[in-house]
Design a protein around this ligand. Structure first.
Ligand code: TYD
Length: 136
């Protein structure tokens, strides 16, 4: 059972047959929040590091639908790195984690399902501010 309070790599449901695979994110499966926004990252140059921020309330599911990337999640104490290497897996990212996305392979695309619309005030973009926020 996925606990959406902590990061976790989860399986993304897929229908696979002789013609390939069809991954599905719908209703509450596997993202148990109303999907208020979907965005995707592509054309990321070699060596680029994206993210470098945390969210106060946003829940996300990140899937490497093409290619591979790494996501480091930091709760203010422990940093854990996750390798996204298949559209059949997704990374659960709860609020309160400083995230860094790196090592995008050439031509990779990451899709992100989000529980909230884009809200600039939900971002913490300063690491020291993030550390203070985690200790509040
Ligand atoms: P940002 O969240 O910093 O991207 P990343 O974490 O992948 O490096 O967003 C980059 C820019 O895009 C920034 O100007 C905010 C804008 N943006 C939107 O307008 N809507 C969105 O849904 C997102 C995620 C970002």
């Amino acid at each position: 059972m996925t606990n959406w309070d902590v990061p976790e790599l989860i399986d993304v449901p897929a229908i696979r047959d002789d013609l390939g695979a069809l991954g599905v994110v719908e209703g509450s499966s596997p993202f148990p929040f109303p999907i208020k926004r979907v965005y995707f990252l592509y054309d990321v140059p070699a060596g680029a590091v994206r993210g470098s921020h945390a969210h106060k309330d946003l829940n996300q599911l990140i899937i490497a639908v093409s290619g591979t990337l790494k996501v480091q999640l930091d709760d203010g104490v422990t940093k854990t790195e996750y390798a996204l290497e298949s559209p059949a897996m997704g990374l659960v990212v709860p609020p309160g984690y400083w995230r860094t996305l790196s090592d995008f392979s050439a031509g990779s695309t990451a899709i992100v399902f989000a529980s909230e619309e884009y809200t600039p005030s939900d971002y913490i973009r300063d690491y020291d501010e993030f550390l203070a926020w985690t200790k509040r």
